[in-house]
Structures are given as structure tokens and as C-alpha cells.
Ligand binder design. Structure first.
Ligand SMILES: NC(=O)c1ccc[n+]([C@@H]2O[C@H](COP(=O)([O-])OP(=O)(O)OC[C@H]3O[C@@H](n4cnc5c(N)ncnc54)[C@H](O)[C@@H]3O)[C@@H](O)[C@H]2O)c1
Length: 274
């Protein structure tokens, strides 16, 4: 899949959580497609690497330190982006967190209320906060694309992380609601639900799964084995790469998808076959 081609010349894409992982892949793919990219994340060092990778594609790319749970900071960064780039055409709400290390299941009993608030505060309320800040730009110009990153966990909840599952299903519902309101302003709002990819988010999780679920992962020695074991249950029998998720995001932001809105596209190699 090296020959996937999209074209967004001169468009401005804001990607939250793009310091690394799936968000970095999205930022770089937008840059390869000619879009200028605003890279928003908490992690400066990694985000600066993404910035360089995007700039190497010949587009304008700039890092903005952003905590999506801080409403004032979101408003300030939005103003800075508009001042620097002139406008915004695309918003990808990708920043998210998962279960804190060592907090994976069993469900409910090990996950206390502050942990629920932490996770839902980033994944759901953070997405809401950023969308509220940028939506007026799209409404005014009567154009725009928003993609919210959900998860296969929205539809196939993992036993180990009920708060993550709930936050990601809530993102699908929020996406549908936004699509109704913003559709009147010619704005498409969709979600993408990735399968399982070992990014920084899941450092150490492979071993945790092996230890907690020996009946499933007992034959696994490494994180790579865990990925293969999970992928073995998919229709295509293989894991996804960050770029596979990025391609779905770019498709939804392209003219080819102009009549797709309020949708949740699952990119999991046929894992949950919904
Ligand atoms: N990796 C997977 O298997 C997988 C599967 C389904 C969905 N997802 C979703 O994809 C998205 C990207 O995850 P990833 O796997 O690339 O993980 P990642 O940890 O590499 O990336 C997440 C990024 O979000 C940033 N972030 C976290 N909290 C933030 C905040 N408050 N403000 C700003 N930035 C913040 C982090 O600094 C990080 O760079 C997440 O929403 C995640 O839930 C990932």
C-alpha cells in the first residue's frame, strides 16, 4: 500500500495528539498530500520530530503545545493557528489516553473514580473542548471536515478497560450528534475506529496481557507475538499499521467522501465484522 494518493494542496489540517503513533502518521500523510499541518500535543520533543517530517514534505508545519483538557489553552492555540495559517479546513481529534499502566482490569473493581474522570476527561471531554473551539470556523465558512478517533473498543469492548470502551463509544455518539448540527453548515463529521496497534500508548501492555490472560496469550513471548495473536482473529489475519488508520482519515477528509457523515469507519482488518 505504498501508492495511496490523496491531494489536499494548501488545505490546513489540525491533528491533535500528533507527536507520535497514529497522529504522527496522519500528520505526515496529510503533509505528503500537500496539506499544511498544525501539530498539537503535550509532548514537545516527539512533536518537533513530527514537525520536521511534515516540513520535509515541503509544506508548512508547526508544533503547538496543547493540553486538550485545558479550555483556555485550546482557545489560545486555536487563535494562534488561525493567525499562523489563515484558516482551518480539517480537524482530527486524535489525542487520547488509555488505561494507566498496571490498571488493566479486572473491570470496575480496580478502576477508581478519579481514573474514570482522568480518562473520560481526555478522550471525550477533550474531544468536545477542541471541537467546540474549532467548529465556529467551519460554520462560518460553510465547509470543513472533522474526524474523531474512536476505537474498535467502542463496539468490541475489551474486558480490561471499561472506561476506555465507554469513552470511545461516546465519541461515536458525539460524532453522530455533531454531524447533524454541523451538516447544516456543509461540514462532515465522522469517526475512525482503529484496531489494535502497539504505539507508545500500549508500552508494557503486551506483557500485562500475557500475565493477565494466560489462557489467550500464554504462548506469546513478546509484544510482537501478542499483536500477531490478536491479528490472527481478524478476517484478513494481519495487524494494521498507523498509515492504514491515516488513509481512512484522509479518505474521510477528501472530496470522494463528501456524502459520508455521521459515520464510524472501522479499520481493524475485519476484527469485529460489525
Ligand atoms: N494504538 C491503538 O491500538 C489504538 C486503537 C484504537 C484507538 N486508538 C486511539 O488512537 C489515538 C492515538 O493513539 P496512539 O495509539 O497513537 O497513542 P499515542 O500515545 O502514541 O498517541 C496519543 C497522543 O495523544 C497525546 N495526548 C494525550 N493526552 C493529551 C492531552 N490531554 N492533550 C494533548 N495531547 C494529548 C499524547 O501525548 C500522544 O502523543 C487515541 O485516541 C487512541 O485512543 C489507538
Amino acid at each position: 500500500m505504498e501508492n495511496v494518493k490523496f491531494s489536499f494542496p494548501g488545505k490546513v489540517a489540525v491533528v491533535t495528539g500528533s507527536a507520535a503513533g497514529l497522529g504522527r502518521a496522519m500528520a505526515v500523510q496529510f503533509a505528503k498530500a500537500g496539506a499544511n499541518v498544525a501539530i498539537c500535543d503535550l509532548k514537545e520533543e516527539l512533536a518537533k520530530e513530527t514537525e520536521k517530517l511534515c516540513q520535509a514534505e515541503g509544506v508548512k508545519a508547526k508544533f503547538y503545545k496543547l493540553n486538550i483538557t485545558d479550555e483556555e489553552m485550546v482557545a489560545k492555540v486555536k487563535d494562534e493557528i488561525v493567525a499562523d495559517f489563515g484558516t482551518v479546513d480539517i480537524l482530527v481529534n486524535n489525542a487520547g489516553v488509555t488505561t494507566a499502566p498496571g490498571k488493566m482490569g479486572p473491570p470496575m473493581s480496580m478502576i477508581d473514580v478519579p481514573e474514570w474522570k482522568r480518562l473520560v476527561g481526555v478522550n471525550l471531554i477533550g474531544t468536545v473542548t477542541v471541537t467546540k473551539a474549532f467548529a465556529p470556523i467551519f460554520k462560518e465558512k460553510k465547509a470543513g471536515k472533522i474526524v474523531n478517533i474512536s476505537s474498535q473498543a467502542a463496539y468490541a469492548p475489551a474486558a480490561a478497560m471499561p472506561h476506555y470502551n465507554a469513552s470511545k463509544l461516546a465519541i461515536v455518539s458525539y460524532t453522530q450528534s455533531c454531524s447533524v448540527e454541523l451538516g447544516k453548515s456543509n461540514v462532515n463529521v465522522n469517526a475512525v475506529c482503529p484496531g489494535f496497534i502497539f504505539t507508545n500508548m500500549y508500552v508494557g501492555a503486551g506483557q500485562e496481557l500475557i500475565d493477565r490472560y494466560p489462557q489467550i496469550f500464554g504462548s506469546c513471548k513478546t509484544e510482537e507475538d501478542v499483536v500477531k495473536r490478536l491479528a490472527a482473529n481478524t478476517s484478513l489475519g494481519r495487524p494494521q499499521k498507523p498509515e492504514d488508520i491515516a488513509y481512512a482519515v484522509l479518505f474521510l477528509c477528501s472530496d470522494a467522501a463528501s456524502e459520508i457523515t455521521g459515520n464510524a469507519v472501522i479499520v481493524d482488518s475485519g476484527g469485529i465484522r460489525r
